[in-house]
Design a protein around this ligand. Structure first.
Ligand code: NAP
Length: 312
């Protein structure tokens, strides 16, 4: 992008105001940017509109009013629709010299396709998926994994700073999405460990809050344990991070691994366990609902558990 980014003269477009996008877009409003936005369900953007964001009728209209357009929607099919749709997609509304930044967790190959089609119109496309969860989005402490043109990525630094605490350029188009697949592979088996450990502590009759106090600060501590452990204990399985989105991510990672002739048995196991979580009705719960599926396997009714079970 030719111009440097600032809240005084850069017009931001925003598509997707769900769990993540709503907080992220809110930070840009707080930083003084003028924002034009679109979301499938308008009511989920109501508070942002109240705070001064302008509503547009389509992603194309968002792009026509913006210098940089950000998207964070659900699935690769949604990315394709909001960016590449010939009639209403953002790319159709972009002027030459503008930029698209997709922050959805999506396919590396789709990021490459978007970058190529954008380049044909003189537009730069960046893939920039994030990690840090709903908490990271709310606190602007996301880790942002970036693929695309280095000059554009550098010029967007004021935005990365507003949304996150870490941003790293990983390579060309698709490299941000590949890095996010590394991230999801790390999380997948980690979640199995977190849930199994909590169930072990429960069955052994331990005080789980005290257990967490000990293990979370030791070598076994993790973001998932510290953030999701307390929610599991409080029977709060709201998302967070939707099970159906995690299944989408693991399918992408396993597909890429297959293409690279790489065996990832741990990731495959996690994916199968999460199929069970979804089949048990938790697709729209948070990923920590894995605990409920694993509890079921051992005949534990977690939500109605006794606080101190006796070992049998
Ligand atoms: P979400 O709450 O479902 O938000 C997605 C938003 O995009 C929704 O508001 C949805 O509209 C909108 N949308 C989807 N398809 C659309 C379309 N075709 N046209 C217009 N708007 C559309 O999901 P999220 O938790 O924010 O996650 C968003 C992305 O970030 C996902 O790819 C996820 O894997 C990734 N991610 C999530 C987390 C997390 O902890 N939540 C962390 C890192 C990455 P509706 O309001 O109509 O549903």
């Amino acid at each position: 992008m030719a111009r440097s980014i600032s809240s005084q003269h850069t017009r931001i477009g925003w598509i997707g105001t769900g769990v993540m996008g709503r907080s992220m877009c809110g930070h840009l409003l707080t930083a003084g940017y003028s924002v034009t936005l679109f979301n499938r369900t308008k009511s989920k953007a109501a508070d942002l509109i109240e705070r001064g964001a302008r509503w547009a009728a389509s992603p194309r209209d968002v792009a026509a009013a913006s210098d940089v357009v950000f998207s964070i929607v659900g699935f690769p099919g949604d990315v394709r629709q909001v960016i590449l749709d010939d009639k209403d997609g953002a790319l159709a509304g972009c002027k030459a010299g503008s930029a698209l930044v997709d922050m959805t967790t999506s396919q590396p190959s789709l990021a490459v396709e978007i970058a190529e089609r954008a380049a044909d119109r003189g537009v730069v496309s960046i893939d920039a998926p994030v990690s840090g969860g709903d908490v990271g989005a709310r606190n602007a402490t996301l880790s942002i994994m970036i693929g695309g043109d280095a000059g554009t990525v550098a010029s967007l630094e004021p935005i990365w700073k507003t949304l996150g605490s870490k941003w790293v350029l990983q390579g060309g188009p698709g490299a941000g999405q590949h890095t996010k697949m590394v991230n999801q592979t790390l999380i997948a088996t980690g979640m199995i460990g977190v849930c199994e450990a909590i169930l072990y502590g429960y069955k052994a009759g331990l005080d789980l809050e005290k257990v967490l106090e000990s293990v979370a600060s030791g070598a076994a501590g993790s973001w998932s344990l510290s953030n999701y452990g307390p929610r599991m204990m409080a029977n709060n399985f709201d998302p967070g991070f939707f099970v159906e989105h995690f299944l989408k991510d693991m399918a992408i990672a396993l597909g890429e691994a297959r293409r690279m002739r790489l065996a990832l048995p741990g990731l495959a196991l996690a994916e199968q366990l999460y199929q069970a979580v979804a089949a048990q009705g938790h697709a729209r719960n948070g990923t920590h609902a894995l605990l409920l599926a694993l509890a079921n396997m051992s005949g534990i009714d977690w939500r109605n558990r006794n606080l101190r079970p006796t070992e049998d």
